[in-house]
Design a protein around this ligand. Structure first.
Ligand code: ATP
Ligand code: MG
Ligand code: FE
Length: 341
């Protein structure tokens, strides 16, 4: 089957064509990062306007690059949450229009299921599975006993991991989004600051990054006040080590409590080299579990991952009708029931 998929939850306008949920025929991603950088983050109104300007071109390019026509499509899949409401609405409206005009089923996809199903574009997912989803807005440990069941067993109580990267990056003078550059700096420094690892020893799977962020910012501000120059590489390395330690420790704890066949690392922060190599090391203690690192090209927001998740939902007959609305705060304890309002 051929699914045309849409992703507009934040600052990338993306349209893809996916074959059988596993093969990328095209994956057009129009990023808006340049327009948001001067504001230091994503401005919702600016994002919506860019999505409107880009979406039609992205649809045409996706079909053209895939060499597929509308009549050959099986279904349309779209991210309907979570994300920015105005941004989501552009994708949802475009997907509804295509589905209606070409009499195609409409599949509503949770953006976070997309980040996990990016793994499906490499290999079939083995169940039961565990996913660590780390992105700009989320930090979640998700247990998947079977296909189309997502149980959050742990999540951040405050900031998301990516959000923390972006905020401390700003203090280091790095443009939004800062994650990739902080990661690169971290590899040139050492963990000399020993920042707090919040909740690391707690007997749960939750995370907290706001204390770490504050400790980082206070350290830099204090040094500024006494005109002391701190080593930026060491600051980045110390921050990254604290983030990676808690993410890895909680994931290991989860793997002990929930034996799974596969551990999936997905989301924008899954591109982090420190986190990837740490999990590659930790997984050796779990011979029954294979580690699936989402490829770097599919960690950030893209429609291909939405098509992969959409195909799974298609097989489970999860469809929406023309009343589908954007759901900015869509929860993830989501059993894939049909969506209608
Ligand atoms: P969500 O998926 O929660 O709705 P989002 O879609 O905005 O949020 P993504 O696009 O999935 O988030 O991820 C973007 C985040 O990933 C940014 O915070 C960015 O700084 C971070 N990021 C990207 N590369 C790296 C890296 N190598 N190391 C750490 N963080 C990174
Ligand atoms: Mg993004
Ligand atoms: Fe995302």
């Amino acid at each position: 089957n051929l699914i045309l998929s849409f992703e507009t939850s934040c600052d990338e306008t993306s349209v893809a064509v996916i074959e059988n949920g596993e093969k990328i025929l095209s994956n057009i991603v129009a990023t808006q990062i340049k327009s948001h950088q001067r504001f230091g983050g994503v401005v919702p109104e600016v994002a919506s306007r860019h999505h409107i300007e880009q979406i039609t071109g992205c649809i045409n390019d996706a079909l053209k690059q895939a060499n597929v026509t509308y009549d050959e499509l099986t279904a349309v899949a779209v991210t309907y949450g979570p994300g920015l409401v105005g941004a989501l609405l552009i994708g949802v409206t475009a997907a509804k229009a295509v589905a209606w005009a070409h009499q195609l089923p409409l599949i509503p996809v949770n953006h976070l299921a997309g980040h996990i199903y990016a793994a499906r574009l490499v290999k079939p997912i083995l169940f039961p599975a565990m996913a660590l989803v780390v992105s700009g807005g989320h930090t979640e440990l998700v247990y998947m006993p079977e296909e189309n069941r997502f149980e959050i067993i742990g999540e951040t109580r405050d900031d998301a991991a990516g959000e923390a990267y972006d905020k401390i990056g700003r203090v280091l003078g790095i443009n939004y989004p800062a994650g990739k550059q902080v990661d690169e700096m971290a590899h040139q420094g050492h963990d000399t600051f020993n920042f707090p690892r919040a909740m690391d020893q707690d007997d749960n799977f939750d995370f907290s990054f706001s204390g770490l962020k504050s400790a980082f910012i206070n350290t830099v501000h204090h040094a500024d006040q006494i005109h002391e120059q701190l080593n930026k590489q060491d600051l980045a390395a110390s921050f990254q080590q604290a983030v990676v330690d808690v993410l890895a420790d909680k994931t290991v704890r989860a793997l002990h409590d929930y034996p799974v066949k596969q551990l999936i690392l997905g989301g924008g922060v899954a591109a982090n080299q420190g986190l990837r190599s740490r999990l590659e090391h930790e997984i050796q203690a779990f011979p029954q579990t294979t580690l699936m690192l989402v490829p770097l090209s599919l960690c950030g927001d893209n429609a291909a991952m939405i098509g992969a998740a959409g195909e799974m939902l298609y097989r489970h007959r999860v469809f929406a009708d023309a009343s589908l609305n954007a759901d900015p705060g869509l929860e993830f304890d989501w059993l894939g029931e049909s969506v209608s309002n």
